[in-house]
Design a protein around this ligand. Structure first.
Ligand SMILES: [Cu+2]
Length: 91
């Protein structure tokens, strides 16, 4: 145990840095009723690496926090598109 502990202490910050979450805002089309955000949120939460999803019905956006090692903004946009809500990265 005495030898393992220092290794863990050194390795932990490295692992944390590798998984720094990124946030992207997607402009989502066809959000027409209050149930749409639920569907969109579910479709995004299914994507591996997604940590949090906040859909704004008024602004027609989905803000996604994700692990950049596991997914990309393009894959997130594809997920909502597959669910029937085409989206693209908002600029
Ligand atoms: Cu709807």
């Amino acid at each position: 145990m005495r030898r393992i502990l220092p290794v863990l202490l050194v390795a932990l910050p490295v692992a944390a840095a590798a998984a720094t979450p990124q946030t992207v805002t997607l402009a989502v089309q066809r959000m027409t009723c209050s149930l749409c955000p639920v569907t969109i949120k579910k479709s995004l939460e299914k994507v591996t690496g997604v940590k949090a999803v906040a859909v704004d019905f008024d602004k027609k956006t989905a803000t996604v926090t994700y692990d950049p090692d596991k997914t990309t903004p393009d894959a997130l946009a594809e997920a909502t598109t597959d669910a029937g809500y085409p989206s693209s990265v908002a600029h």
